[in-house]
Design a protein around this ligand. Structure first.
Ligand code: BGC
Length: 906
């Protein structure tokens, strides 16, 4: 096993959350035979769907495989075979590709007879429930998505009726309804654990590793109890009326009785006792030292969580907020470990967006008593100490930003008879003129000097300043440098999401390299089929509550990213789990911004050890996939800063983030990718960020009160969202953006473009791409070096159309033809295809020949036939032509080879 595999496996076990374990159902004892129910045992979900799940892997370990490999455990093979046989007539439904995969699979009916036969062989039944959701596709409050399907419920009831011990495993990306949990003895969220998932699950089921994961979200009794659900799913405007009261901040303050399993909760096979050793306070911080003892009979780890009860003051506060945590090492029975959690007091400050404290736009600690709690979940805590703030302290003086212009309401606590009750109040509205702010802060132009012979490396080596270097860039260079290319640009590692920087001949001449970015977050996505490691999902990794483990795992990820000649992985995803239905929750960590920020910082630190980085995304408030490019997330400035931006701020300040992706949505009416206050005033001005900001793929941009479009690079550059991702050709302005036109009419300045060019160049200069890289036009997919057979499928003349209709383009499959090329040379290869999917679906297809590969990335065409062209060089002679589908849902029609030169290009 490689270190990467070991760490994936270890993370998979540490993130599994055991919620219930009655009747000593777990761990599985040595010598036991386990009966595994649920068809998903044959198709473990390693991740959710969409860009964050498209890692091509060498293998995925299913749960039965993991159990078979465990020492002393056997599974009921007869039952397994029954599932296998049933699957032949009920094949796994892969769906139609991008965002169209089913949430769940049809379940096999378990008859009383079958359950009885199985129960005669084993005492323990394992029932696996699988769920999918992902990018472009939220979960739904329906059976088979948030709720059990009828088939699953029937299976569970039948199994319950026949077995002594019933354990349910949830192989899911999102939280599920749990109202059925009385039907089992034990239940464990094993999430989507990447390619090593089945091994991780086996380790934790058999007790090789005792569970130590803790919920990174609250599980409510009912979905209706989640406050965001009132507005979630709106097609245009999503009002964040619950304000800062997200997740446990809502439940613990206003509705503790509505919680099924609290935030931070998770069981072990052993028991722990903890006691306070000391509480120390300085002017700036406080430290809680606890001793944790393993009081049970098997080794295990425990997480101690520190919460603060902030005085209600004038701002109003949740009853508790997480402000620190620490995880023990593996403690042997009887062993004790002391741990200290130190918390800067300023972490507890809140943003005053109304001036109610007398300090509008400041982060303040209001006067009063701050209670400090420690414990093993948000619910299971004790007050360990308190400190007093005598008079209000201004922690930071900031600038009003991103406030709504439309009337909004938000929740606010009011003390009624000694109890906090939720009330609505009016959200403070904008008091400044954004366009005036932008105009008054425009950077000066650097005068154009022509070619001075300065290369970017000279700036890196300290021989010239960035300004001197940039003075050589023409207006056209500047317009080109803010355009990324993709997907699957041949200028960088094949099959990756994008290239940026030195993409045109002149930018290249100036020594600007082409930077490469690839999805993320749970492994490297290379659509041409190149294999990479699929690591556990973000939610699982947050549930580990283990920063060191995240850092170590992403150190390995950094090595893999670097090895594949990629400069930044498009992840971690760090949006807040505002609702259990958001399709991309699996990519994100938690409902809590502090935990989110800590995890993001740890992963970035890991990747930075290899000189590469991660692009934290989606900045910000991407909390609903339905109509994600149309929706405005409307909220107060306090909710924005204290909840939705907080994780990003921590990733920048503690994790030294160097790359950020803005989101598809608007925030209070201004789309993220053209949002000046988001990308400039807050990110760079207040947080000191000096890296690059890129759009999400084909994201829209607008100026205030303007319709958002993908062409508005003027708004984007002015906002200091440096890169538009992605165009087909940066030089040709295939996106037809408005940069040149805006420069000409003065709505955009050279200075603004130069500012983004500097950000991009600084990023590239400090990335591995600044050094010479090997050529990357290799087919990373399955090697196919079998000798060409006698039979020929096609002959390629100077102008040949190959009819390739009728291939079933299923994700991960390839079709191979034998072809004969009559003459070597450079050809234009045009691919004609259509797809029924919608506009932002990503459907790649890779055409590989002996030495040359081209990946064509289609977006959904709504059924219309479209063409894409790429230049490739062909050798004379016989060879294989391989068509590899990185995603399902493309109807390929023809490949057209048209010779344009006798000479082969490099
Ligand atoms: C997703 C991003 C992803 C990008 C490139 C977009 O559809 O929202 O998270 O990084 O595509 O694949």
């Amino acid at each position: 096993m490689t270190r990467m595999q070991e760490l994936c496996r270890a993370a998979g076990t540490e993130g599994a959350v055991l919620l219930k374990n009655a009747n000593q159902a777990l761990p599985i004892q040595k010598g036991e035979v386990v009966s595994v129910f649920g068809r998903i045992q044959l198709n473990y979900y390693k991740s959710g769907t969409g860009s964050g799940g498209l890692v091509n892997v060498d293998y995925v370990v299913d749960i039965p495989d993991g159990l078979r490999a465990a020492e002393g455990i056997a599974i009921n093979e007869e039952l397994y075979q029954t599932y296998q046989e049933w699957e032949i007539s009920h094949p796994f439904d892969k769906g139609k590709g991008w965002a169209q995969e089913p949430f769940c699979q049809e379940e096999m009916e378990v008859s009383d007879e079958l359950a009885q036969q199985a129960a005669e062989k084993s005492d323990l039944a394992l029932v696996i429930i699988g769920r999918l959701a992902g990018e472009d596709r939220d979960s739904e409050a329906v059976k088979g998505s948030y709720y059990l399907s009828d088939g699953e419920e029937a299976m569970l009831r039948t199994v319950r009726a026949h077995f002594n011990r019933v354990v349910v495993l949830l192989n899911v990306g999102n939280l599920q309804d749990m109202s059925w949990d009385h039907l089992c003895d034990a239940v464990m969220y094993v999430w989507q654990g990447g390619q090593e998932g089945g091994n991780s699950v086996a380790d934790v089921l058999t007790g090789k590793v005792s569970p130590s994961g803790k919920l990174s979200d609250t599980i409510a009794l009912s979905l209706d109890d989640v406050p965001a659900m009132k507005n979630f799913g709106d097609p245009d405007k999503n009002a964040y009326e619950e304000d800062i009261y997200v997740g446990y901040r809502w439940f613990e303050t206003f509705a503790p009785e509505k919680v099924k399993y609290p935030f931070g909760f998770g069981l072990s096979y052993t028991t722990f006792a903890w006691k306070l050793v000391s509480f120390q306070e300085t002017v700036d911080d406080f430290s809680v030292t606890v001793a944790v003892e393993n009081t049970g009979s098997v080794p295990g780890k425990e997480v101690i969580q520190v919460y603060a009860g902030i005085p209600q003051g004038k701002l109003g506060q949740p009853s508790k907020v997480l402000c620190g945590f620490a995880k023990t090492n593996v403690l042997q029975p009887g062993q004790e470990q002391e741990m200290t959690v130190t918390v800067p007091k300023n972490v507890l400050a809140s943003y005053d967006d109304s001036g109610v404290t007398g300090h509008r736009s400041c982060r303040v600690l209001e006067a009063g008593e701050y209670l400090i709690y420690a414990g093993t979940s948000v619910r299971d805590t004790q007050i360990v100490s308190q400190f007093v703030v005598d008079e209000l302290k201004i922690v930071e003086t900031l600038t009003e930003c991103m406030t709504p212009k439309i009337p909004l309401q938000r929740l606010h606590p009011k003390m009624v008879d000694g109890k906090l009750m939720p009330e609505m109040e009016v959200v403070p509205q904008r008091t400044y003129d954004l366009m005036e702010r932008i105009a008054s802060r425009r950077p000066a132009d650097i005068p154009f000097q022509g070619d001075l012979g300065i290369k970017l490396k000279d700036v890196k080596d300290g021989k010239h300043t960035m300004d001197e270097f940039l003075s050589q860039l023409t207006d056209e260079d500047l317009a080109c440098i803010v355009r990324g290319e993709g997907m699957c640009s041949p200028k960088v590692t094949l099959g990756t999401a994008g290239a940026f920087g030195g993409l045109t001949p002149h930018l290249k001449e100036l020594g600007i390299p082409a930077g490469c970015c690839a999805d993320g977050p749970s492994g490297i996505r290379m659509d041409c089929g190149t294999r990479a490691t699929s690591v556990p999902s973000g939610t699982l990794l947050a549930c580990t509550f283990n920063e060191e483990l995240n850092e170590a795992l992403f150190e390995e990820m950094g090595a893999e990213v670097n090895k594949n000649r990629i400069d930044t992985l498009l992840g971690p995803g760090i949006n807040i789990h505002r609702s259990p239905l958001n399709g991309r929750n699996f990519e994100y960590f938690s409902e809590d911004p502090f935990l989110t920020g800590k995890m993001a910082a740890a992963q970035l630190r890991g990747m930075h050890k290899h000189g590469v980085t991660g692009t934290i995304k989606h900045f910000c408030a991407n909390n609903q996939e339905y109509r994600r490019t149309f929706i405005s997330s409307d909220m107060s400035e306090r909710a924005l800063r204290d909840i939705y931006l907080r994780g990003f701020e921590m990733a920048v300040k503690e994790g030294d983030a160097r790359s950020i992706m803005t989101s598809y949505n608007a925030i209070n009416g201004i789309w993220a990718a053209g949002n000046y206050d988001l990308c400039t005033t807050i990110l760079r001005g207040e947080w000191g960020f000096t890296g690059i900001v890129m759009t999400d793929w084909w994201a829209k941009m607008n100026d205030e009160d303007e319709e958002a479009t993908v062409k508005n690079t003027k708004a984007m550059v002015r906002a200091q969202n440096d890169l538009f991702m992605v165009t087909v050709d940066a030089l040709k302005n295939t996106q037809d953006d408005n940069t040149a036109e805006s420069l000409a009419n003065g709505t955009l300045t050279r200075g603004e473009l130069q500012r983004s060019a500097a950000n991009i160049c600084r990023f590239l200069m400090n990335s591995p791409c600044i050094e010479e890289r090997k050529k990357t036009n290799v087919d990373g997919g399955e090697e196919d070096d079998r000798p060409a057979e006698e039979k020929l499928d096609f002959v390629i003349h100077e102008d040949t159309v190959l009819d390739v209709r009728g291939i079933e383009g299923t994700r991960g499959t390839s079709t191979i033809y034998t072809v004969l090329t009559i003459k070597e040379g450079t050809y234009e290869l045009t691919v004609k295809a259509s797809s029924e999917a919608g506009g932002v679906a990503q459907i790649p297809v890779t055409i590989s020949m002996r030495h040359h590969t081209a990946t064509f990335s289609f977006v959904g065409t709504g059924g219309e036939t479209v063409e894409k062209t790429s230049k490739i060089s062909l050798d004379q002679g016989k060879e294989y032509l391989k068509i590899y589908f990185g995603q399902s849902g493309l109807d390929l029609q023809e490949l057209h080879f048209h010779k344009i030169s006798d000479k082969k290009e490099d």
